[in-house]
Each structure stands twice: as C-alpha cells, then as structure tokens.
Design a protein around this ligand. Structure first.
Ligand code: FES
Length: 246
C-alpha cells in the first residue's frame, strides 16, 4: 500500500521508495510513499509510521528546526528531518540514525555522550558576582560580531555526528562543545575565560580536530564550529581577547 504524505491541497507527483535502517534486524526495511513538492523527510517518516508500521521509532517535537530532536542521516548526510526536503524527482531515500551515538531504537539515538562533552566545557556564562550590573556590550562591537553568529546552536548533535574524530569514538569534546566554549571565552563579562581556555587545551580538546570542516558544512543553523576552533587555537597562545576586541 502506498501511503499519503501530502498536505491537504498538495498534488502527488509520484512515489518514493524509502529504505529505513531498523535496529532489531540491523537491516533496511523498504516502504513506498507518495511524493509531493516540498515534502520533508519528517513527512515521510510520519506517513510510514501512520500507514505502514506504527512500531517505527523516530523523534521530533517542534517541526521548525528549533528543538534539534529530529536529527538523522538522509542519504548518508546528517540533517534535521523537519528541515530537510526530499530532493525533487528523487525515487529513493535512505534513512539511518545519526552516526557516533548509541542507537536506542531504529532512528532514535542516545545523546548522552554528546551532552556529557557539552557539560564538560561549563556551557553557561559565569558573571562576576560582585558586579550588580554587567557591562553592556554594544550590538555592533567586534565582540558581538564574533559571538552572535555562533549563538544559535540547538544541540542537535549533527556536527558531532558528522565529525570523523567524534565518530570513531575517540576522546574529543567535539565541535558543538568547542563552539560553545568559544562563545563564552569571547564574552568579556565571563569570569572563567582563563579556566575555559585551559579546559579546551587538554588532550580531548582543540588539538584533536583534524581541520576537515564537516561540522561547519552540515550545521543546520549555519554555525561555523570550524572557525570557532581556529579562534580557540589562537587564543590559547594570545590569551582571552580583551573586552571589545576579538
Ligand atoms: S522537530 Fe524540532 S528540530 Fe526538527
């Protein structure tokens, strides 16, 4: 049976063969669904679960690329299922769980190793407790221009999954945690900047990066962890940037 994936009013333009990696068998199950213009990978999964196999496990929540829970691999590339469109004219789609994280069931992975590394960089600002009103950093300052493009991480784990160093299970903080560390070290109001630099300079830190750049190429929020790691390597030598100068 073909399943209907299209929203009300959308025109079906063909059929799509979907191969989904299943955890129980370790093999791909094959399904056929209707395709329509603008169809997202998440639409395909919902249709399969609704019309073919209610036991298929996958995660999603917000459907607008904000919560990061729907990350998976589509045709070998890590993407957000709710954001990623099925290529127009595609006849086949291969879906698998994110790489580099333990699979709980089907397309659902355990993000605990990712968040353990995120937690290792103390991912929140530590202001000076003696200062009641922190200094204002102007929106157009060099400091803000460094921080703002790196702020929108949704901790989806896609960069971590796409990083060949993390993927091999090596001891590496990974791109998301290092990007977060860069944001906090760039913030002149943070009181832990020297300690943060020492932390990311340990064996599992910035020197593990092989400068391949897959993290930046695949980030669904267009964050550039590769550039963050370059900055961190510079600051390790120069020390944390002075206020207003990054
Ligand atoms: S469902 Fe929230 S990011 Fe996709």
């Amino acid at each position: 049976m073909r399943s209907r994936t299209r929203p009300v009013g959308a025109r079906a333009v063909g059929s799509l063969e979907v191969l989904v990696r299943r955890s129980e068998s370790g093999k791909d199950d094959r399904f056929v669904v209707e395709s329509h213009p603008g169809m997202k990978v998440l639409d395909v999964l919902v249709a399969i679960q609704r019309d073919h196999d209610p036991s298929l496990a996958f995660r999603y929540s917000c459907r607008v690329a904000m919560c990061g829970t729907c990350a998976l691999r589509a045709n070998g590339t890590s993407v957000l299922a709710c954001q990623s469109s099925v290529p127009s004219g595609a006849k086949e789609l291969r879906l698998a769980p994110l790489a580099g994280l333990p699979v709980l069931r089907d397309l659902v992975v355990d993000p605990a190793p990712f968040f353990a590394r995120w937690a290792a960089v103390t991912p929140y600002p530590v202001p000076d407790a003696a200062v009641s009103a922190p200094a204002v950093v102007r929106p157009d300052s060099p400091e803000r221009r460094t921080i703002d493009p790196a702020l929108d991480c949704i901790t989806c784990g896609i960069c971590y999954s796409s990083c060949s160093v993390s993927d091999e299970g090596r001891d590496f903080l990974g791109p998301a945690a290092l990007n977060r560390a860069m944001v906090l070290i760039a913030d002149s109001r943070d009181t832990m900047r020297t300690e943060r630099l020492a932390r990311i300079g340990r064996l599992d830190g910035i020197d593990r990066c092989h400068y391949i750049g897959a993290c930046s190429a695949c980030c669904p929020k267009r964050i550039d962890p590769f550039d963050a790691i370059r900055r961190l390597r510079r600051w390790r030598v120069t020390g944390p940037p002075a206020a207003g100068a990054t």
